[in-house]
Write a protein of this length. Structure first.
Length: 199
């Protein structure tokens, strides 16, 4: 009995090869796994297992959008790992954030970029998993609504409404993380200042 692994990759999937369907999307798969697992090392392992699963079941790929097909496998593999053998770290150490060597550039620009990225990452981590996943796939990986519908397995209308709620939840989380200063509408009484004379 054949399991499909003994045939050449191009013979499956209506003439498309495994390499052509899956390999161009490895970076997107890693980004998704990293955001879902919240650990870069585990994300690499998850993507490797997802590639093996995709190869094993490539004969079931009937053509169409290979990116959505593969990212769905990555998503499902992440959920399997979380259920079976992985507990995400509660407080991971960020080597880049705490290292003493920094790239040479404008310190203020580096600080602002680091702060913004940290702020967004913290806000994203506070979101429920289904909102977190939608925002990562749409905003960071650039999947279309149709691709999101296929990857997550929900109707396109539900994708749009959940995405709207996810963006609102992110705004709320960002507001909680970084509240806007209160600006008073009352005019401030100003003491008259003495004009300084420079000699």
């Amino acid at each position: 009995m054949s399991n499909g692994l003994d045939r050449p990759a191009a013979a499956r999937g209506f003439g498309e090869s495994f390499d052509a369907v899956v390999l161009p999307h490895l970076d997107a798969a890693y980004r998704l796994a990293r955001w879902l697992m919240r650990d870069p090392d585990v994300a690499e392992d998850v993507v490797q297992e997802a590639c093996l699963r995709a190869f094993r079941y490539f004969r079931t790929f009937v053509g169409g959008d290979g990116r959505a097909w593969f990212l769905r496998i990555v998503r499902n593999t992440c959920y399997s790992w979380r259920r079976q053998r992985y507990q995400p770290p509660t407080d991971s150490f960020d080597e880049e954030q705490h290292s003493t060597t920094r790239p040479q550039s404008d310190p203020q620009a580096v600080l602002l970029q680091t702060d913004a990225a940290t702020l967004i990452a913290q806000a994203l981590s506070r979101l429920p998993a289904h909102f977190h996943q939608l925002l990562v796939l749409r905003e960071l990986d650039g999947l279309s609504y149709r691709e999101l519908s296929h990857v997550i397995g929900i109707p396109m209308g539900t994708v749009m409404s959940r995405l709207s709620r996810a963006r609102e939840a992110l705004r709320s989380a960002l507001h909680t993380e970084f509240p806007q200063p209160v600006i008073s509408t009352r005019p401030h009484s100003r003491e008259p200042e003495a004009d300084a004379v420079l000699v």
